[in-house]
Design a protein around this ligand. Structure first.
Ligand code: CA
Length: 519
């Protein structure tokens, strides 16, 4: 059949023949091959074989995925994306050929070495040139997704774009008070105090809330201004890597000094008095009521609040560069993580592992990656000078672009694929792009901790100690900020208590696993 098609192409010459040839090089099987799939993810409804992206992939590759998802819609018709679905699937003993899910990493790294999933390293080496090239260029990502036995058991969803959160401030309030954008931690303090005391919203009341956050750990993030750390990844309270060693932010002296100063700021009213309780509506409420002055939040969604200039005269909430710390360091601690624990894997029951890894590799080809990111040409996008550009219908819809894409089977995060940031640029607010350019220019991002995979013994030690240590850290942290206890006086006792609770044992297994995985 392939020979016939090639002959037809040679006979018909250019035009349609050319595109038929382009299609043919992605074909994996001559006769259509059906593979079953478990796919669940909280972001979108249950897997749909009729998604236009899935149909296009079938036409190009010859591989037909058949939905065999267990447990994704237990409670409602919405997908929960929870790992219970994976446990149900495993318990049923009926594991589909391909398993795609949110939070798949720990699951496959536990059950893969026990035989439930196929190790992918050799398959990639021999049959998946696109993924082989990707991992050769990104060896840290290959290390990060590997299990304790050194094998990869899943292909992750790989987000693109580096920037996540930034410092935002009311530029119009600075103007109103004759202040410059703060460049240092000392200047931040002066500005917050001026916001508190000099009525920048002009209503004659001292009602301004100088620093606020939707997520209270974004208050703790400010310890970076005293050379502390609050997390090593895009997960709050995570470990971080310091000169090749795994440490925890909440045991460092910079953190201690930062907490002491944040307690002082809190007492003085420079920080939202309800920072720990106001919750996810804080940004919406404090900005639309013309009360909030400064926060640390996502570029895209926070920039979107500049629409409030229609109702609040002069409203300008824009990103500013990370202020210099007490020692002069400027860092953006938060960044997008390059790998998610979401993705897909090949189960031990799969009788076509070679075809399956080639199918996985299709999504890393130019055509497959475009399909995964932008949808179908002529439907969601058009190629303009070789670049996929979303149609006006997609860009001007009432629905967010990403939700529209989930609806056609693109941007599925339970599929292993490499996101293309160009998909997001096309619908990013001008203020977000301006802020990202500012952060890019200053090169403020720092390296992040990409996680470790434990052996069963290490896992046991970690599980025995870590959650109670973490609870204790967070409890003390909040008490100190709220003025109960003095972090400087309590510090030595605090460290001793951490050690009594097994903190050093946890650090030891973290470091052993880290050393094995990355060095
Ligand atoms: Ca006021």
């Amino acid at each position: 059949m392939r020979k016939l098609t090639l002959a037809a192409v040679l006979l018909t010459g250019t035009g349609l023949g050319g595109s038929a040839l382009a299609d043919e090089h992605l074909r994996i099987v001559e006769e259509p091959l059906e593979l079953t799939i478990q796919m669940n993810h909280a972001r979108y409804p249950v897997y749909d074989e009729n998604w236009p992206v899935e149909q296009a992939a079938r036409a190009l590759t010859g591989i037909h995925l058949v939905d065999a998802t267990v447990g994704a819609n237990m409670r409602t018709d919405e997908n929960t994306g929870r790992t219970e679905a994976l446990n149900l699937m495993l318990a049923s003993g009926n594991i589909p050929d391909i398993v795609g899910s949110s939070r798949l990493k720990d699951f496959v790294n536990q059950f893969g070495p026990e035989g439930a999933f196929v190790p992918l390293n050799d398959l990639i080496e021999e049959h998946a040139p696109n993924m082989r090239a990707f991992f050769a260029e990104n060896p840290d990502i290959a290390s990060a997704i590997s299990a304790a036995d050194g094998n990869m058991y899943y292909i992750p969803y790989l987000p693109d774009g580096k920037y996540g959160r930034a410092y935002f401030i009311r530029y119009d309030w600075l103007d109103a008070l004759g202040l410059d954008v703060p460049e240092t931690v000392e200047e931040v303090e002066e500005v917050l105090r001026a916001f508190k005391t000099q009525d920048p919203n002009g209503n004659g009341l001292q009602d301004e809330v100088p620093y606020f956050a939707r997520q209270w750990p974004e208050l703790i993030r400010l310890v970076t201004l005293w050379d502390g750390r609050s997390s090593g990844s895009d997960t709050y309270h995570d470990f971080y890597v310091d000169d090749g060693q795994i440490r925890h932010p909440y045991a460092g002296e910079g953190y201690r000094d930062g907490i002491a100063n944040l307690a002082r700021w809190y007492e003085e009213g420079l920080i939202d008095g309800e920072i720990f309780t106001r919750g996810s509506s804080a940004r919406e409420y404090l900005l639309s009521e013309n009360l909030g002055g400064m926060t640390h939040d996502w570029f895209a969604s926070t920039s979107g609040y500049n629409r409030l200039s229609e109702s609040i005269d002069g409203f300008q909430f824009r990103a500013f560069a990370p202020p210099a710390s007490v020692s002069g360091r400027r860092i953006a601690e938060h960044r997008r993580i390059p790998i998610k624990p979401d993705g897909w894997a090949i189960s031990y029951t799969n009788e076509h592992p070679v075809e399956t890894i080639r199918y996985f590799d299709f999504w890393f080809s130019e055509e497959g990656r475009r399909l995964a990111n932008f949808g179908v040409e002529g439907q969601q996008y058009e190629l303009v000078d070789g670049e996929p550009i979303f149609t006006d219908e997609v860009l001007n819809s009432d629905q967010p672009v990403n939700n529209q894409l989930y609806g056609v089977g693109a941007q599925l995060q339970a599929r292993g694929y490499y996101q293309d940031y160009a998909y997001e640029v096309q619908w990013s607010n001008e203020y977000a792009l301006e802020g990202i350019a500012l952060y890019d220019e200053g090169d403020y991002l720092i390296d992040q901790f990409l996680g470790v995979a434990f052996t069963p013994d290490e896992q046991q030690i970690y599980d025995r100690h870590w959650s109670s240590i973490r609870d204790y850290m967070l409890e003390r942290q909040q008490q100190w900020i709220l003025g109960s206890g003095d972090v400087m006086e309590d510090w030595d006792d605090y460290l001793a208590t951490l050690d009594d609770m097994g903190f050093q044992n946890v650090l030891e297994v973290m470091n052993t696993a880290y050393e094995r995985q990355y060095n």
